[in-house]
Design a protein around this ligand. Structure first.
Ligand code: UDX
Length: 433
């Protein structure tokens, strides 16, 4: 099939390459010429395992092109809209200007029978509004909403082998087109839910709201564990054995960040309030508040560990990205903690295997090093903020040979507490004695 993908950020670049990898002929469109040039050269502007490989193989096959010219979508019959919906400045609502601009930009090139497929995470009601706009255009094109559930770090796998496909459609002909696009996944047995626009839009935000709630739930238990001497990791193991609860996404620590969960729960709350149903998701404000408190807790632990003040103390912060296997620092707890410690007068030095370049753009006032050893050298306190394997596998004796202090704060409960203690460290986890 001939496909276009409008927006070549994280979602769009992965979707375009994955669709070409599956045999479709794809053109990726973005207004950012530098991004397009990089993608055309097979070099994504962000770190995602496996993406350079499929960009190269799809590019070599001739099935994948990138362009800044919207006119290049003219041959395609299915047009994916994969632009961002960031949190609006000064509000919790989603900024819809990129989605609106993408659809407006597509209109002059749409033909009868074309299908516009929204993938962006949007406030419920958007698809119906855009479907009307497309119907009014008289182009003969129609709209479907097909939310994306990919995780950073697993984006290629999640796109090629999704755990479910959700179609928001107005009629079955649109679902049949999407079935053709995703024929490979469907043949492999991927469950497919074909529904209305509103349900499809809500599936995405409901899934992210649930995941965020699950994390904040266990972090709330960590807060209770902290005043009772209980161990939240063992608690998570124990409740996780109940298949109805499940152990995944029950890791307490400094909480969730990234470009999706924080902004999606805020945008969902804002949209529910607009719809007069704010009370239905009022708990998401608590989910957000618990999440932000855990970053503060890590800072408080650092202050406590250093005898009441971090002023002029050298602190190594391990990690800047919001999670491992990503270079994304959007709303990253790790960076937030480093910034807060620096604000309290600490000499913070941050290290990360992938995220330093992005972190420096956002927080040029912080000090960074590529070398873990350099970060640890002379550190009076070590804070693990992102659980990269590089940090999980650190040898406590080696770290002791570099650091000046002997306290480690494990902001992700990712280290072997007993091993660190045995090597002479004071180990402080999150919600653990
Ligand atoms: C998320 C959703 O998982 C994905 O389905 C959606 O499409 C986009 O948002 P992503 O942002 O890539 O994906 O990251 P995810 O792996 O979900 O982690 C989100 C955050 O939660 C990270 O900061 C992670 O460190 C944190 N987290 C995750 C926890 O603190 N504890 C956990 O148990 C799990």
């Amino acid at each position: 099939m001939k496909l276009s993908v409008i927006g070549c950020g994280y979602l769009g670049a992965v979707h375009a390459s994955a669709m070409a990898e599956l045999g479709h002929e794809v053109v990726g469109i973005d207004v950012d010429a530098a991004k397009i040039m990089q993608l055309a050269a097979g070099k994504p502007s962000f770190f995602e395992p496996g993406l350079p490989e499929i960009l190269a193989s799809a590019g070599a096959s001739g099935r994948l092109r990138f362009s800044t010219d919207m006119a290049d979508v003219a041959d395609a019959t299915v047009h994916f809209v994969a632009v961002g919906t960031p949190q609006m400045q000064g509000s919790h609502a989603a900024d819809m200007s990129y989605v609106d601009a993408a659809v407006a930009g597509l209109l002059p090139y749409l033909k009868p029978g074309d299908l516009v497929v929204g993938k962006s995470t949007v406030p419920v009601g958007t698809a119906a509004r855009l479907a009307q706009l497309i119907a009014d255009s008289g182009t003969g094109a129609t709209l479907a909403w097909n939310p994306e559930f990919l995780r950073e770090g697993f984006a290629v796998k999640d796109t090629i082998e999704p755990d479910r496909l959700v179609y928001g459609v107005a009629d079955e002909s649109a679902a049949a087109v999407l079935d053709e696009v995703y024929a490979a996944a469907l043949a492999a047995g991927t469950p497919r839910i074909s529904t209305d626009y509103a349900t499809a839009e809500l599936v995405k935000v409901a899934a992210n709201a649930f995941l965020a709630t699950k994390i904040s739930f266990i972090n709330a238990m960590a807060e209770i564990a902290e005043v009772t001497g209980a161990d939240v990791s063992q608690l998570a193991d124990a409740i996780g054995h109940d298949a109805r609860i499940g152990r995944r996404f029950l890791n307490a620590g400094v909480g969730f960040g990234g470009g999706c969960l924080p902004k999606d729960i805020r945008a969902f709350t804002a949209r529910a309030e607009e719809l007069g149903r704010g009370e239905s998701v009022a708990f998401l404000k608590e989910v957000d508040a618990i999440n932000l408190r855990r970053r503060q807790r890590a800072v408080d632990l650092a202050v406590e560990a250093l005898g009441g003040s971090v002023y002029n103390k050298r602190i190594a912060v391990l990690g800047v990205t919001f999670k491992p296997n990503s270079d994304d620092v959007r709303d990253s707890p790790a960076l937030d903690i480093a910034v807060q410690l620096k604000g309290l007068g600490a000499g913070v030095i941050s290290t990360d295997p992938q995220g330093i370049e992005n972190a420096r753009l956002r927080h040029p006032q912080l000090d960074y090093t590529d070398s873990i050893d350099e970060a640890l050298n002379g550190a009076e306190l070590v804070v693990l903020a992102t659980e990269w394997t590089h940090f999980r596998e650190l040898d406590p004796a080696h770290v002791a040979s570099l650091a000046a202090g002997r306290t480690i704060i494990d902001g992700r409960n990712a280290l072997d507490a007993a091993a660190w203690r045995a090597a002479g460290w004071t180990y402080r986890g999150m919600g653990r004695p």
